[in-house]
Design a protein around this ligand. Sequence first.
Ligand code: UDX
Length: 465
Amino acid sequence: MEVDVGTGAEAEPTGGGATMGAMRVAVTGTGHVGLVTCVSLASMGHTVVGCDADQEKISLLRSGVSPFYEPGLDEGLREQIASGRLCFTSDREEAVRDAEIVFICVGTPARLNGEANLLAIERAARQFARHATGPALIVEKSTVPAGTAGRIQRVLQLERPDLAGQLEVVSNPEFLREGKALQDALHPDRILVGASSPRGFEAMRRLYAPLLTNGCRLIETDIPTPELANHACNASLALKISYVNGLARLCERAGGDVLTIAEIMGADPRIGRDFLDAGLGYGGYCFPKDLQAFERLSSRLGYEFGLLREVVKINEEAIDAAVEKLRDALWNLEDKRIALFGLAFKPGTDDTRFSPALALGERLLKEGARIIGYDPQAGANAKEELPGLEIGIGPYEAAAGCHGVVICTDWPEFRALDLHHLKRVLAFPLVVDGRNMFDPREVRAAGLAYYPTGRPPVEPDGLAG
Ligand code: UDX
């Protein structure tokens, strides 16, 4: 994978305070964020050691294979390993020993009460402190609640009083979208750095010098601000989605068209068209978890952020709405067989964590329906998460003999489906479109009953009743 950011070694210092130069970096945690951080920093010219406790994962990574699907990642991984700038180890001491900067990219899963579980962060900080041999920065990359950097700093002080003032925490949150993560890492909209000393800011400017010279905006602040901003950004995107889904519910009752409303809203640059696609709602490993964690953090700090709770509620109602449409068309759901098209939480990934498709699948199983899914990438992960789900080898094979299809994920290839053929293989000609992918006129021409999201349904002649 060629990147157009240049390497630290060959670039010149800039007038904007960005000093070039390859740095020694360690990255703890090689999940979606960690691995993309490894590959992108190595392609900027830095020497990077990726570290993960999972030995199997490390062996896979050493052979140049990513444990998950992300466009361009396998190629980037192989290229950076071959360049000698990227390697992997399961030994944290080895990773951290000579690093100038250590990124923490470990998971922060939700606890039962919705708060982020920060145990892996604490452990990573403790081990970093134990193995540090001199001045170094520890950088929060994973999404963490405000106050986490303060906690990490305390661990560093307690573990290594001998390195007082030399080990420093920096906040540098990620804004990576799955499916576009490498592109986002190499061409970010902005780089956000929270630090408490000039040394911290200077080191981060050196690290990101190749991106800064390319004109990327750098925002430098105190430490709590980026911690809060990361949650704030994810929550405002989720808020837009829930807002448009709330409008979809209203359109379904009043007879309006939410797609046109989204266009009208989007024509106002103050609102913007992005993240106004109504559908089955948001999923994935960020929004659902971050929304809850943000709301819990806020509540713990004494501010009841009811708006965030409402965002979550409306997101859950999107699943209810799809179930209601199926019930409306099929009457009882027991004994019915439903095909789910798209199982990943969004297109371009095989990630099924908190996927709306699986939330719907689980609901339908509870209602007594049988479900079969098809996804271009995520079939195996979906089956593992929801064993009651059958997996079809193709869309028509999955739909064969079914009483309806629900479009759950907007994979572009679904737009090219032959709707006439789909009708022929279905036992009952019904499409519930949880992503508004089809032109209602084409669905009508194919003779399918069509329930889009927040748009008027299409009932082909002769099917009513
Ligand atoms: C998100 C943020 O975009 C990223 O900046 C952050 O760092 C991590 O979380 P990601 O989880 O990869 O990235 O997915 P994103 O593309 O934001 O989509 C999230 C969910 O919202 C998906 O389930 C998607 O289908 C849904 N979505 C998105 C909608 O339902 N409607 C929309 O208009 C947009």
